[in-house]
Design a protein around this ligand. Structure first.
Ligand code: PRP
Length: 183
């Protein structure tokens, strides 16, 4: 697996520092709120980041899971989002939600989810991502909490996959071209 990695982009130490920094920001922002704080982990990629991030939060926090996928045209403006797994609770008005992602690419997934949760009556909705590729953006979207912006390269590890592999790598690395170009 390691031999498929061209180079490490974000190492274990930096990822931990990012999680500590964002957890401090979230703790500061929500410490005075009287609502429940709910992290929504977007399967599958954000499982590892969500788990590391929540260890550093100094607040009572709940966790939910959603699974979504893009469908339709892959041209920038016309993609749609399918929700395969939704949060079960009916009343969202008693909670502040933070949607957690491993990476933002076009921005469509988070843009859609923020609108969806707001329409369902969430008290508030914010977004958090480990990685952001702003150069790939199709919709105007900026996350509230961001670990690091990265260039438009094929990255895997710390939850991110290629054909479901590499999610367990403890760092984020650039995949060698020959791995995905020969398939
Ligand atoms: C990735 C990532 C986000 C989405 C971002 O998920 O985890 O959910 O794509 O892309 P966008 O900004 O263009 O909407 P993916 O579909 O690869 O699923 P996975 O997390 O199960 O690997």
């Amino acid at each position: 697996m390691l031999r498929d990695i061209d180079r490490i982009l974000v190492d274990e130490h930096e990822i931990k520092e990012i999680c500590i920094r964002i957890a401090k920001e979230i703790t500061e922002d929500y410490k005075s709120s009287d609502k429940r704080l709910v992290l929504i982990c977007i399967l599958k990629g954000s499982v590892v980041f969500t788990a590391e991030l929540m260890k550093h939060l100094c607040l009572p926090v709940e966790i939910e899971f959603m699974k979504v996928s893009s469908y339709g045209s892959q041209t920038c403006s016309s993609g749609m989002i399918n929700i395969h797994l939704d949060i079960k609770r009916e009343d969202l008005s008693d909670a502040d939600f933070i949607v957690i992602e491993d990476i933002i690419d076009s921005g469509r997934t988070l843009n859609h989810l923020v609108n969806y949760l707001a329409e369902r009556g969430a008290n508030s909705v914010k977004t958090c991502t480990l990685l952001d590729k702003p150069s790939r953006r199709c919709v105007d979207f900026t996350p509230d909490y961001c670990g690091r912006e990265i260039p438009d390269e094929f990255v895997v590890g710390f939850g991110l996959d290629y054909n479901e592999k590499y999610r367990n790598l403890p760092f984020v690395g650039v995949l060698k071209r020959e791995v995905y170009e020969t398939k």
